[in-house]
Design a protein around this ligand. Structure first.
Ligand code: C5P
Length: 231
């Protein structure tokens, strides 16, 4: 319990994506890293820092999703996801009990840690409508048009790459989804509604597994051991 704010934290882990870019014939959340699925890693690292946990699984693979969460004991529920990430988050939110803040995490980020969740929750407790871990951008960024023709160089100094878990005041996330817009992350929905989003430090270890090379990098991080706080 040390360091846990006295508020109820709901956690939605979205795991309903197909993961076609990873080149497997089963959903990405079930791809294995060090002998366990990406979903199992994310659950193990975050579940004990939350008061209520919902996993959103691929509608076509619900039994497999249930098998992944069974060992977390009673309390963690599994619901089928939607056609888009936003739809899957909405399905997860609907299954959560009464909570003060909602954390949304991508199962595709298996090497997350509870410290990331706590940092983002603390930012919301301190007054932000939403928060997430993020990293400065290190590559030089170009805006291009058709045919990969460069239009301009974008100043990277003020840009951040945002990770998950993304944490929201519960009523803010519900209001953002009620507007019925679709986005690649939920912070965008809050920004669009004029909410205050404050970023907290992220980590290279919270990488999203999208392509086969990402899995190799995650394996190397896993083999090197955990350097950050666990729940
Ligand atoms: O596709 P992408 O990697 O951006 O997906 C991010 C996260 O959203 C993944 O954990 C994926 O399982 C989840 N997702 C989902 N439902 C969808 C699409 C993506 O739960 N329809």
């Amino acid at each position: 319990m040390s360091g846990r704010p006295a508020i109820r934290v709901g956690l939605v882990i979205v795991a309903a994506g197909s993961g076609t870019r990873l080149g497997h014939d089963h959903p990405k959340a079930f791809v294995e890293l060090g002998g366990r699925s990406l979903l199992a890693h994310a659950l193990d690292r975050l579940a004990s820092a939350a008061d209520d946990v919902v996993v959103v699984g691929p509608p076509t693979h619900m039994e497999q999703a249930l098998a992944q969460v069974e060992r977390m004991g009673p309390g963690t529920r599994v619901v089928p996801g939607g056609a888009t990430r936003t739809g899957s988050v909405a399905a997860g939110m609907a299954a959560l009990g009464a909570v003060d803040v909602i954390a949304v995490h991508d199962a595709a980020r298996p090497l997350v840690d509870a410290a990331a969740l706590r940092r983002a929750v603390a930012a919301v407790v301190d007054g932000a409508d939403a928060s997430a871990p993020a990293l400065p951008v290190t590559d030089t960024l170009k805006e291009v048009a058709d045919g990969e023709v460069v239009i301009r160089t974008v100043d990277r100094a003020s840009l951040r790459a945002v990770q998950t878990p993304q944490v929201f005041r519960a009523e803010v996330l519900h209001a953002a989804h009620a507007r019925g817009v679709d986005a690649t992350d939920d912070l965008a929905l809050v920004e669009a509604g004029g909410g205050t989003v404050v970023l907290v430090p992220g980590s290279a270890r919270y990488l999203k597994v999208t392509y086969p090379d990402d899995l190799l990098l995650a394996e190397a991080f896993l083999a090197s051991g955990d350097h950050e706080e666990r729940a």
